[in-house]
Design a protein. Structure first.
Length: 241
């Protein structure tokens, strides 16, 4: 009579074989690749059209709805509009402010739902953060955003891929006021105006000191012949760094 493996040992060996087969199959699942964009790969936008005298103040919003409202009013009093990249969880709690921005002619863009580090997220997780925020914005105020600013400027290939598949352009900045950290009004003014040139995207947040700095920043733009416009009007999609 031939020797046979004990029943438990046989089952264990079969299970191990199945695991190896499954792992091998997963290993060879094709992964998404970056679509081509012009002569290179899909990338984030860091500036607008350098040939036109436009600049864009871009506000990343997860707080201070009252200051958001005051910033919008200040801009509108000068017949100007800007782009507000709003967080989904903020939008959920501030429907009236969101509608107020839309009614004021401002551009609403996407800043993810929970302010996560998108560079560390999978394709699916990036997709969920961006898609959910977009759907909430549309449901609350009717706007359909197509620009996405990754929180803290952190993004990776999965971010670019998922954003592209959802119809979004990933937007960074060319000048950062760092107003979330530094509260000095003069410092904010200098960072927004020193060396400012055509096509600059200037990152700001709804802070009290930022609101106080805005009149002088806008005065500087006017004096130097620069026009404040929403990001979508500034961006030249043929000049992606």
């Amino acid at each position: 009579m031939k020797n046979r493996l004990p029943y438990k040992t046989l089952i264990t060996n079969v299970a191990l074989i199945l695991i190896v087969v499954v792992v091998s199959a997963v290993t060879f699942i094709p992964q998404p690749t970056l679509p081509s964009y012009g002569n290179g790969t899909l990338k984030a936008v860091y500036n607008g059209d350098r040939s036109k005298p436009n600049v864009s103040l871009m506000f990343n919003v997860y707080e201070n709805a009252d200051i958001v409202d005051k910033i919008a009013t200040l801009l509108e009093n000068r017949k100007l509009t800007a782009t507000f990249f709003v967080g989904g969880c903020w939008a959920d709690d501030n429907e009236l402010t969101l509608k107020r921005l839309v009614n004021g002619g401002h551009e609403i863009a996407n800043h993810g739902y929970f302010h996560k580090d998108h560079k560390k997220l999978s394709y699916k997780q990036n997709e969920q953060e961006i898609s959910l925020t977009g759907k909430i914005i549309t449901a609350l105020c009717g706007a359909k955003p197509n620009l996405f600013a990754p929180p803290s400027g952190s993004y990776g290939d999965n971010t670019l891929l998922s954003a592209n598949d959802l119809g979004y352009t990933v937007v960074m900045w060319s000048k950062d006021t760092i107003d979330w950290r530094d509260k000095n009004v003069e410092t904010i003014i200098k960072r927004a105006t020193n060396g400012t040139s055509n096509g600059d995207l200037i990152l700001m947040h709804p802070k009290e000191h930022t609101l106080k700095a805005l009149p002088q920043i806008l005065d500087y733009f006017e004096k130097t012949g620069l026009k404040q416009v929403p990001v979508s009007q500034n961006i030249n999609y043929q000049e992606i760094q």
